[in-house]
Ligand binder design. Structure first.
Ligand code: ATP
Length: 362
């Protein structure tokens, strides 16, 4: 789908075979990546997957052990962060506590020896950009709320006028509601500024809302890079599919004769095998809760499993049902208007159509 901020197809940053080894352990392992001019790229992954180490190398705070990083075609391995046209916005924000909001924002301009009147004009412009009132210019930065400090840190980052902005989990300290507001504002700011944003977070939800593309890391490797839509609908493997959200996974094995059956339970499974798994003997069939159905009498789906309905949760506009199948729990989500009226602790059949499942390597 064409997004509003369609990235121009020129890599601003290019990583080739980038690796970082700490005492024999590869925290980041052979990463190849093109970051496109003007895109919002988010790197996600569980704790310890190497996101921060990767970002520190991009920002010039750490040297790669192997591989090359180029910025607009120039090799930047070993170039210190203060000599790169990039800027890092930290989780801790790193604001100067003894300074006013205005002094914080003007700091980069002062370093560049820009005259005071021009500095102030630019700071006021940046305050507007991050949606803070001009009256905050003289305010002590420590008297600002968490969300306001966040905006000051952003304004200061923009004052450096960098080519690329890096973000290291900048919203993790905010409460849920403010975080949701800031996610949308960051996305707007990205669009208005036209800058390249590289953002790291362990929250896929955050990544989904803001990014043009998402890179998923696992154990130092970049396992998939794609649009939020691609990551969601075509996960590269089981790890990515499970990282994306709650899923049902049914392992299937191929019997002699080519028929697929559930590894547990042995019932036949109808599936659409992707070409790259043509020779697989065992696969994982991933069914998202919104594609799993509670199958009533007289209805049918390609695949059916017998179970017991043992719990239901209201999720606002949807209802989640938990169904025990053998000793496993499967999840079905229905829109509230389609609520199941059968009652708890009753036998139910759940099912899905082959076309609605994602088949990945087991
Ligand atoms: P989190 O989400 O918890 O911040 P992360 O994905 O950012 O995790 P990193 O901080 O990059 O992961 O760490 C990746 C791995 O490298 C971890 O196992 C970590 O312990 C290790 N590591 C990171 N920095 C160093 C260091 N300076 N010396 C030794 N090991 C390190």
């Amino acid at each position: 789908a064409a997004s509003v901020s369609e990235p121009k197809a020129l890599p601003v940053l290019q990583l080739v075979g980038v690796r970082k080894v700490f005492a024999g352990f590869a925290a980041v392992d052979r990463i190849d990546l093109d970051v496109l001019e003007g895109e919002f790229l988010t790197i996600v992954g569980p704790s310890g997957s190497g996101k921060t180490t990767l970002l520190r190398m991009l920002a010039g705070m750490e040297d790669p052990s192997e591989g090359n990083i180029t910025l607009r075609g120039q090799l930047i391995n070993g170039v210190p962060s203060n000599r790169r046209p990039t800027c890092l916005v930290f989780q801790s924000l790193a604001l100067f506590p003894h300074m006013t909001v205005g002094e914080n924002i003007e700091y980069p301009l002062k370093v560049k020896k820009i005259a005071p009147a021009e500095r102030k004009a630019r700071a006021l412009e940046l305050l507007r950009m991050v949606r803070l009132p001009e009256s905050y210019y003289g305010k002590n930065v420590m008297k600002c709320s968490g969300g306001e400090k966040q905006r000051v840190a952003l304004a200061r980052a923009f004052a450096y006028d960098p080519d690329v902005l890096f973000f290291d989990e900048p919203l993790s300290a905010l409460d849920y509601k403010l975080k949701k507001v800031m996610e949308k504002e960051l996305k707007d700011l990205h669009r208005e500024s036209g800058k390249t944003f590289i953002y790291i977070t362990h929250s896929l939800e955050e990544a989904m809302v803001m990014s043009d593309r998402i890179g998923v890391m696992r154990a130092g490797r970049l396992v998939q890079v794609g649009t939020p839509e691609e990551i969601y609908t075509r996960p590269a493997d089981r790890f990515v599919s499970e990282f994306v959200g709650e899923v049902n996974v049914v392992e299937a094995v191929r019997e002699v004769g080519g028929r697929w059956v559930a590894a547990e339970g042995g019932q036949p499974i109808r599936l659409a095998l992707p070409a790259e798994l043509a020779d697989a003997e065992r696969v994982a069939v991933v069914v998202r809760p919104e594609f799993m159905r509670l199958v009533g009498d007289g209805e049918s789906t390609d695949n059916l499993l017998d179970g017991t309905l043992y719990n239901e949760y209201a999720l606002g506009s949807r209802i989640q049902y938990q169904v025990r199948v053998g000793d496993r729990t499967m999840i079905v989500e229905l829109s509230r208007s389609l609520a199941w009226r059968g009652g708890l602790d009753r036998p139910v059949r759940i099912g899905w159509n082959a076309a609605d499942a994602i088949v990945v390597a087991a």
